[in-house]
Design a protein around this ligand. Structure first.
Ligand code: AMP
Ligand code: GLY
Length: 416
């Protein structure tokens, strides 16, 4: 099977490693890829959000399967354009990807499907925003309605900051604050059959102790030793299957990766958000533990044959990933600095580039790379991931020092 992987971040590097490790994958092409992905795939240049260009590349490279990593190409209709060429594609149509592309659409689907989530109002002016803020009270949660790579959300006790964020965004979703630890559950689906992967936890804030602004994600671990028994079954029954059924009913079935972001509250799991693609950096830890060949799994999703796929197999132990971010991330990341010590297994490239003159590795994005490691248990995986990151030098770089620490220490509790 010849696979074309679209994208070039940390998630795509993790996907590329998984695909390259599948004996059924005979050729792996990544577009545009990154210097890490270049170690396991042939790189091709493409604008990932250009549906015609990606479809043409899929034809040119004789791809049997196209895997679309990031959300922007999905929302732009890249999966539709590839499918129109008769090529199997892992990733939802533009219509179904609105589950991620519009918070208001996602809320509408959840309401229709009876999915447990935060109560919310869509607000387009200051007066309705203020009314919604006052109804729910602090902490205030205000979300940009459009795609914002996880950075369009403000959670704050400061009412005027909440109002200011709404003013900047235009149309926002104001919702009730959900109290409880967060879980990222990835579900591979062909629109009807659905296979959950191991639940993971992401760290959204830039600073230790969950302080500072939201980011795309600063680290992750899996599995979750503190997760209630039966959590995954409950989420499949109460969230995933009703959501997939509602999308089928509307004539826009969702095939690909349904990312369910949850808060585990006193009242049970509540959906914080849906995404239409693998999460970054959670993918790095989930795929590090997946023993089932990745290419075959994604191909089954893309061809509507997931019901016949064997149960997933997992490696024992745990995985941790720690993101190394550039100075100034998330507000204004500095790029173009030399990186050393990154040439090791377990270093996943996200925002890196090669200098043309001498091949030196440079920072080229906010989240630059991550150190991903497995271990017999969470503590061992955590130590190994930090050892990897500790060996990398990048001027001004920042990383959290508490990824997976509370879980290792047994300090994560679900509110009573
Ligand atoms: P989102 O882009 O919707 O995932 O939001 C980003 C982050 O903001 C989430 O991972 C949570 O940490 C936080 N967040 C979003 N919505 C809520 C909510 N209703 N209650 C508490 N925290 C939230
Ligand atoms: N790590 C969160 C996300 O991928 O949206």
């Amino acid at each position: 099977m010849r696979v074309l992987l679209v994208g070039g971040g940390g998630r795509e590097h993790a996907l590329a490693l998984g695909l390259a490790g599948d004996p059924a994958v005979t050729a792996l092409i990544a577009a545009p890829g990154n210097p890490g992905i270049a170690g396991v795939a042939e790189l091709r240049a493409v604008t990932p959000t250009d549906p015609a260009a990606v479809a043409a590349l899929a034809v040119e490279t004789a791809a049997d399967l196209v895997v679309i990593g990031p959300e922007a190409p999905l929302v732009a209709g890249v999966a539709d354009a590839v499918r129109a060429k008769g090529i199997a594609v892992f990733g939802p149509s533009a219509e179904a990807a609105r589950l991620e592309g519009s918070k208001a659409f996602a809320k509408d689907i959840m309401t229709a499907a009876g999915v447990p989530t935060a109560r919310a109002y869509v607000c387009a002016d200051e007066e309705s925003t203020a009314r919604a803020l006052d109804e729910f009270g602090a902490p205030y949660v205000v979300k940009d309605d459009g795609l914002a790579a996880g950075k369009g959300v403000v959670v704050t006790d400061d009412r005027s900051a909440a109002l200011a964020h709404a003013r900047e965004c235009g149309r926002v979703v104001v919702e009730e604050f959900l109290d409880g630890p967060e879980v990222s559950l990835f579900v591979v689906t062909d629109g009807e059959a659905a296979l959950p992967l191991l639940p993971a936890q992401d760290f959204k804030r830039i600073g230790d102790g969950d302080t500072g602004p939201n980011t795309g994600g600063m680290g992750a671990y899996a599995p979750l030793p503190w997760a209630p028994a039966g959590l995954v079954d409950e989420v499949m029954r109460d969230v995933v299957h009703p959501t997939l059924a509602e999308l089928r009913r509307r004539g826009t079935p969702f095939g690909g990766l349904l990312y369910v972001g949850l808060a585990i509250t006193a009242a049970g799991p509540r959906v914080i958000e849906f995404n239409a693609r693998f999460g970054d950096p959670e993918t790095q830890v989930v795929l590090a533990l997946l023993e089932t060949p990745l290419g075959g799994l994604l191909h089954a999703s893309a061809t509507g044959t997931l019901a016949e796929h064997p149960p997933l197999r997992w490696r024992p132990g745990a995985a941790v990933t720690v993101v190394l971010a550039a100075q100034g991330y998330p507000a204004a990341p500095r790029t173009g600095d030399v990186i050393t010590g990154a040439d090791r297994p377990g270093i996943i490239h996200a925002g890196t580039a090669r200098r043309a003159s001498d091949g030196a590795l440079l920072s080229a994005g906010g989240r630059v790379l991550c150190g991903t490691a497995t271990g017999a248990d969470l503590a061992a995986a955590r130590a190994a991931a930090y050892a990897l990151v500790g060996g990398v030098e990048l001027a001004g770089s920042q990383h959290r020092t508490d990824i997976a620490a509370a879980a290792v220490d047994g300090r994560i509790t679900i509110p009573a």
